[in-house]
Design a protein around this ligand. Structure first.
Ligand SMILES: Cc1cc2nc3c(=O)[nH]c(=O)nc-3n(C[C@H](O)[C@H](O)[C@H](O)COP(=O)(O)O)c2cc1C
Length: 222
């Protein structure tokens, strides 16, 4: 039986991203955001939700740009500090010893020490309630060579990103590699009683095939 926890924005896990922006005197600032995700493939976009009280909020509005840095777990303490103190009070680059680098494509700084960076131009702002969602178009992604896998793409195991738990406000590191998507073709073949046509179909056709033939997905073997 499920226990109701009420109307709360709790989903696990959440990302731990560091948002880079410039203040009005061009001072580089960073904050942490977990209310964040990829939100569009074309154009490539990400969304971060910020309270209006964050110095970063005004910075992004003024400069129409921000960066996202994905810290590795080696920077747990620095990251927590960046998410605990406002740039209005403290120069967080100076305090942590992290290195600000001016983006070559947008008017925002990023953290040199973090293995993966997205440089974003502000595309939309959506006022929701306590938070405003900033949608940024990703103008470039920069990665340390050591953060890339053999396929030339960012490797979760090499980056070792922090992940967050919204409910208990905790940090975790990643678990083990489980497999490459799509895994469900094998699961369908193994677990379901299906006709030959469906077993041979790529996973993105299964939905339409099963609608055409509602009988083909109805019996589970186990
Ligand atoms: C793990 C973590 C996640 C956070 N996520 C968000 C978030 O998604 N949105 C937000 O407005 N503040 C978030 N914060 C709080 C800001 O990072 C914090 O208030 C920061 O000091 C704001 O810095 P600024 O005033 O220099 O912009 C988070 C803090 C932590 C530690």
């Amino acid at each position: 039986m499920k226990i109701s926890l009420g109307s709360k924005a709790i989903a696990v896990p959440s990302p731990v991203w560091v948002i880079g922006s410039y203040g009005s005197s061009a001072q580089p600032n960073i904050m942490v955001a977990s209310w964040a995700s990829i939100c569009c493939t074309t154009p490539a976009c990400v969304a971060v939700s910020l309270r209006a009280s964050r110095a970063t909020y005004a910075n992004i509005v003024e400069h129409q740009a921000f960066t996202i840095g994905i810290p590795s777990r080696d920077f747990l303490i620095e990251t927590d500090f960046i998410g605990s103190v406002s740039g209005v009070l403290v120069n967080k680059f100076f305090a942590t010893g992290l290195t600000p680098v001016r983006s070559s494509v947008v008017d925002a700084p990023y953290v040199e020490e973090f293995p993966l960076i997205m440089e974003c131009s502000l595309l939309h702002m959506l006022e929701i309630g306590s938070h405003t969602q900033f949608i940024g178009q990703v103008m470039d992604v920069k990665a340390d060579e050591e953060a890339l896998g053999e396929n030339g793409l960012p490797s979760v195991e090499k980056i070792k990103p922090l992940i967050g738990s919204a409910g208990d406000r905790s940090y975790y590191s990643i678990g083990k590699w489980l497999g490459e998507t799509p895994l469900a073709n094998n699961w369908l073949a193994d677990k379901l009683f299906v006709d030959e046509k469906l077993v041979d179909a790529p996973i993105d056709e299964v939905g339409s095939l099963s609608q055409d033939n509602p009988d083909c997905l109805k019996v589970r073997k186990s």
